[in-house]
Ligand binder design. Structure first.
Ligand SMILES: [Zn+2]
Ligand SMILES: [Zn+2]
Length: 312
């Protein structure tokens, strides 16, 4: 679970520990292989049937521990526990070598021991290498494969309100996947609708891929794949300050009720809402003067002026 100092959880520690267990398994394989080669040269000592029974019992117990541990590992999706399970199996396999060796010696085939040992050493080395390889891929931020990314992109695009999806990135963190993506929505929808769509996208992706951990959805009002065209435009306080200077002396100022800014296509598109004009005033001319003054700012694109109707 995450804490203040490790906001993404402790998945990477488990991954590093898995690599350590993998290296231990490789060492076990090397040791078994080395002993096998040595025993090929050594003289065979005749063991008894009791030793054989003990070796067989040891195999059964260690194999049972392996299956039990691996079942838990799969249930909680812990690669570290799975690596530990394989450690138990490597013990079971070494006991098999002992049993096979004893059986071989009892039946006049002392070389069986060494041959079995070499086969087992290779099997353990293979498991160890797979564990290390998987964990290393995770440590270098390997993500989901292309087919799975395409499926997730389709799920996001299918959400109502999403027009395009781009820059979908993922990476494994322990047993879960962190994902971020950009969704392009209608350019003039409200912030709250954009947020609602983003939450719906995250829910749809989670339904599709249960191993997703954190999902970050970035909402775009326009295509920004080649760099956001509107990122250099002034923010509200600066722009409105400039507009107030242009508006100085306009009779209509007291009627401005709402000012909406749309940052699209490298311009700020301004929408002004005015309170109803007093009866007999030159409402049309006042609105036109406001429109012209607003459009004079170099950052401003289109200007829309809405006048509320006076209640009848
Ligand atoms: Zn939110
Ligand atoms: Zn984007």
């Amino acid at each position: 679970a995450a804490d203040a100092d490790h906001p993404y959880g402790h998945g990477r520690i488990e991954t590093a520990a898995t690599i350590v267990v993998g290296i231990l398994l490789l060492g076990t394989a090397a040791l078994i292989g080395h002993n096998a080669v040595e025993s090929l040269a050594a003289a065979a000592i005749m063991p008894g049937t009791l030793t054989l029974a003990v070796a067989v019992a040891a195999v059964a117990i260690k194999e049972a521990v392996f299956h039990y541990t691996r079942r838990i590992a799969r249930r909680i999706q812990s690669r570290l526990l799975e690596a530990n399970a394989w450690h138990h199996r490597s013990d079971a396999l070494s006991s098999i070598i002992v049993a096979v060796g004893i059986a071989g010696a009892l039946s006049g085939w002392p070389i069986l021991d060494a041959v079995a040992a070499i086969v087992v050493a290779l099997m353990i080395a293979k498991v160890a290498w797979d564990l290390i390889h998987q964990s290393l891929r995770e440590l270098v931020d390997t993500g989901l494969d292309a087919a799975e990314r395409a499926r997730l992109r389709d799920s996001a695009r299918a959400v109502d309100g999403v027009r395009h999806v781009h820059t979908l990135r993922s990476r494994w963190m322990g047993a879960s996947v962190l994902l971020d993506l950009h969704v392009q929505v209608g350019p003039r929808i409200s912030v709250s609708e954009g947020h609602r769509i983003a939450e719906a996208v995250a829910a749809a992706l989670r339904a599709r891929q249960p191993r997703l951990g954190d999902v970050l959805v970035h909402v775009d009002p326009e295509d920004d794949t080649g760099g956001g065209p509107s990122n250099a435009l002034p923010l509200r306080t600066e722009l409105v300050g400039r507009l107030w200077q242009r508006w100085t002396g306009l009779a209509v100022l007291g009627r401005i009720e709402d000012l909406t800014l749309h940052y699209l296509g490298g311009r700020v598109h301004v929408r002004l809402t005015l309170a109803p004009a007093p009866a007999g005033s030159a409402a049309g001319a006042e609105a036109e003067a406001l429109r012209a003054a607003t459009a004079g700012d170099p950052a401003v694109g289109s200007v829309t002026i809405l006048e509320r109707r006076a209640p009848i």
